[in-house]
Design a protein around this ligand. Structure first.
Ligand SMILES: Nc1nc2c(ncn2[C@@H]2O[C@H](COP(=O)(O)OP(=O)(O)OP(=O)(O)O)[C@@H](O)[C@H]2O)c(=O)[nH]1
Ligand SMILES: [Mg+2]
Length: 411
């Protein structure tokens, strides 16, 4: 049976209805993606209260209706004192949106690296809270109180030690990831990364570009956590395509930091596909594009970006003009119906690092046929002429051209 939750959002007094709607829609989608049954939503417009985040009167009101709910989730970030006070008032576990996101991540983490990253993010969030909660519980002599039982005296020190260990383990992974990239680079195979707001259709797009179902897509947030890479051909050229974890508004820096190795798939790509759901209102599109750009530029990123407006089959009146300034190289597609995919491939081809074209002459011999098969594997054979010798019009990256000519001993 699904656990039931009550969602609470506090906004400042002058917040627009549009902003509230955006936050609530996303908050509900997050709770639903985590598998909760939403029993109710409470919104309060006021400045933050230091004890409870929402007003004390509102807390009393909710307290009367919170019976039968398994958990209370706040959209706002809660301080450890607020967690303690609210848990005490409601008598059920009370968490915030970041805990909720971390719960989803923990559910989705399959690979060893993803599990390490999620644990690192969770503990980084937990550490300062653990310190403060331990001291609150000690002062009030309430060890083991309502879901706060783990905050014993050595808990914060244990977390600190575990964080250091996780960082070391993730470093080892980063090294092997670097070695893999170096190999692709030395073979002259370019890399394309798919990124964008969560649920924009990134995984569906990877499936459409590769031409088969390689990864799961679903109408929930953070379906994809670990990057997956598949090869595809763009105008005959082999390209590695990577699908990555989605972006979300208000993700703190420490979370992006914990997923550094995943995000580096984006920063180190030759071309970035920034996917956005074109079926939403242009104000939502603008907001999600802004979040995506600020997440991307969190680190320095100078790669060419193609803005992929997806789900055009569902869009009632898509207009590019209001968001054009945030959308370099726009291409409009429906990944689900495979519309516009060829145009997108053409655009990717235009932005990939340029290829070098050379004429290669091979003598007529069985040995040359072996060399020819290597040429096919490692680059693009544009033309092939058999005469007294074999003439190949060959294309590959500049570095690879040098290497292959040396390896095959051809001119
Ligand atoms: N109508 C329509 N739906 C689409 C299209 N592309 C994706 N979807 C749907 O949008 C939802 C999300 O798709 P995903 O491919 O999982 O999105 P994602 O960006 O990978 O999501 P996360 O991995 O959760 O960040 C799914 O229900 C897809 O079927 C499209 O072109 N048209
Ligand atoms: Mg996905």
């Amino acid at each position: 049976m699904r656990e039931s939750v009550l969602l609470i959002l506090r906004v400042d007094p002058h917040t627009s209805n549009e902003d509230i709607d955006f936050k609530i829609k996303e908050f509900k989608h997050l709770a639903d993606s985590a598998g909760y049954d939403i029993k109710g939503v409470v919104i309060q417009k006021r400045s933050p209260d230091i004890r409870y985040q929402i007003g004390a009167g509102k807390v009393e009101e909710i307290k009367r209706n919170v019976m039968g709910v398994d958990k209370v989730i706040f959209y706002n970030r809660l301080s450890p004192t607020q967690v303690y006070n609210l848990t005490k008032m409601f008598n059920v576990e009370t968490i915030d949106r970041l805990n909720l996101i971390l719960e989803i991540f923990a559910k989705r983490a399959r690979s060893k690296v993803a599990k390490l990253q999620v644990e690192l993010a969770t503990l980084t969030y937990e550490l300062p809270r653990a310190r403060e909660l331990t001291s609150i519980l000690k002062r009030r002599e309430r060890p083991g109180f309502m879901g706060l039982g783990r905050y014993g005296t050595s808990y914060a020190d244990d977390i600190q030690r575990r964080i250091l260990k996780l960082r070391r383990e993730l470093k080892t992974y980063t090294k092997s990831q670097k070695a893999r990239r170096k190999r692709y680079r030395s073979l002259g195979i370019p890399r394309v990364a798919i990124c964008g707001y969560t649920n924009a259709g990134k995984s569906t797009l990877l499936n459409a570009l590769v031409g088969k179902r390689c990864t799961k897509s679903a109408n929930q947030l953070f379906t994809t956590l670990s990057p997956i890479t598949r090869s595809m051909r763009i105008d005959g050229r082999k390209v590695m395509l990577t699908d990555t974890v989605g972006f979300l508004e208000g993700l703190p820096h420490f979370m992006i930091e914990a997923f550094r190795s995943t995000f580096s798939e984006i920063y180190e790509a030759d071309v970035i596909l920034l996917v956005v759901d074109a079926s939403e209102h242009h104000k939502t599109i603008r907001r999600k594009l802004k979040t995506s750009h600020s997440t991307l530029f969190n680190d320095w990123c100078e790669r060419p970006i193609i803005t992929v407006f997806n789900k055009i089959d569902k869009a009632k009146c898509f207009e590019l003009e209001p968001v054009r300034h945030l959308a370099p190289n726009p291409v409009i597609v429906s990944a689900l119906n495979q519309e516009g995919i060829e145009d997108l491939k053409t655009k990717i081809g235009e932005l990939l690092p340029p290829l070098e074209t050379k004429e290669i002459i091979l003598p007529m011999s069985p040995e040359s046929l072996k060399k020819l098969s290597t040429l096919y594997k490692r680059g693009i054979v544009r033309e092939l002429h058999f005469d007294s010798c074999i003439k190949v019009i060959y294309q590959t990256s500049h570095e690879e051209m040098k290497k292959i000519k040396e390896a095959l001993d051809v001119r």
